[in-house]
Design a protein around this ligand. Sequence first.
Ligand code: GDD
Ligand code: MG
Length: 359
Amino acid sequence: MPELEAILLVGGQGTRLRPLTLGTPKPLLPTAGVPFLAHQLARARSFGVRRVVFATSYRAEMFSEAFGDGSVFGLSLEYVVEETPLGTGGAIRNAAAALTCGPGAPVLVLNGDILSGHDVGEQVARHVARRAAVTLHLTEVDDPSRFGCVPTDDEGRVTAFLEKTPTPVTNRVNAGCYVFTRSVIDAIPPGEVVSVERETFPGLIESGALVLGYAEAAYWLDVGTPAAFVRGSRDLVLGRLASPALPGPPGDLLTLPGATVSDGAKVDGGSVVGAGAVVESGAQVSGSVLADGCVVRSGATVTDSVVGAGARISSGVVLRDAVIGDGAVVGPGNELLAGTRLWPGVVLPECAVRFSSDV
Ligand code: GDD
Ligand code: MG
């Protein structure tokens, strides 16, 4: 397999994941026991990538602190910072200054919030064989209006790129993994805010350049919302998407070093119990992410939720599809359901929030 360079787009603010992203960029959120990007980096390495340029903006310094020179992954990592966010296209153009490959080489470009099991090697091979300008991985979703809608012709040529259109013409969407021919990146105007989705791709299609779709129905998830983030972590722990970065064998539960799960506790469904976290006897945790140092007391039920670092979940609490910020305290008897988010450090008194009317 030829050596490949990649650009990782990681400059977004992750607003839909607040409060989790208030202090940590989305691509660094602990996911199945490691920073989210560790899964992407390990997979990229397995497809022949040897050098990765991070296109950073929001909390840029945290990326180099997390991954350093990349030798742990067998990768060489570079970090490029945008003083103000340049949009996806501007970010790719800006990061290209750190590439070493020639103008005709394929460059892999990845959105920093995607879990995908597709065959990147095959995507690159098709791109090279067809001498395309850009080759986009395409996947099918139920609601294409939240994504870039990408119709193609019979030969796989992309005929339009419709970003977040209320009237999608196909369920096939941009899956956020591109192969660019290097010279196509260099043609993006430097130092300007540019969106690949709204400007570069439509412009290339308009000009008659070959923009190719690579449709593959492998595991795929954008982890940009709390529900999707929890699902991604769960799927990695359960082994629904194999990741070389998973710190343990796939299974019902991942416990990190220093975690304590009492004998009488039930923890399953792909949950993670972070370092130093405690789950007391009689607690039930399913499909959830328990961050480092949090405590789930006896008799609490936590389902499909995120409990932030150092947070306290008291007896009798019910959490479902909830996000509890770092250090928050949920007093006894509260029920937080259906997308509730508690900001870091908030202390919820006993029985302050109930969903059911029969109390
Ligand atoms: N460096 C940098 N600078 N990165 C950015 C910037 C920027 O100004 N803006 C966004 N990014 C990064 C984000 O960090 C993320 O990794 C990626 O670009 C995509 O941004 P999102 O905010 O996650 O976009 P989206 O999910 O709404 O839509 C994108 O992804 C979909 C697939 O999940 C689009 O590419 C859609 O067309 C696509 O269907
Ligand atoms: Mg996204």
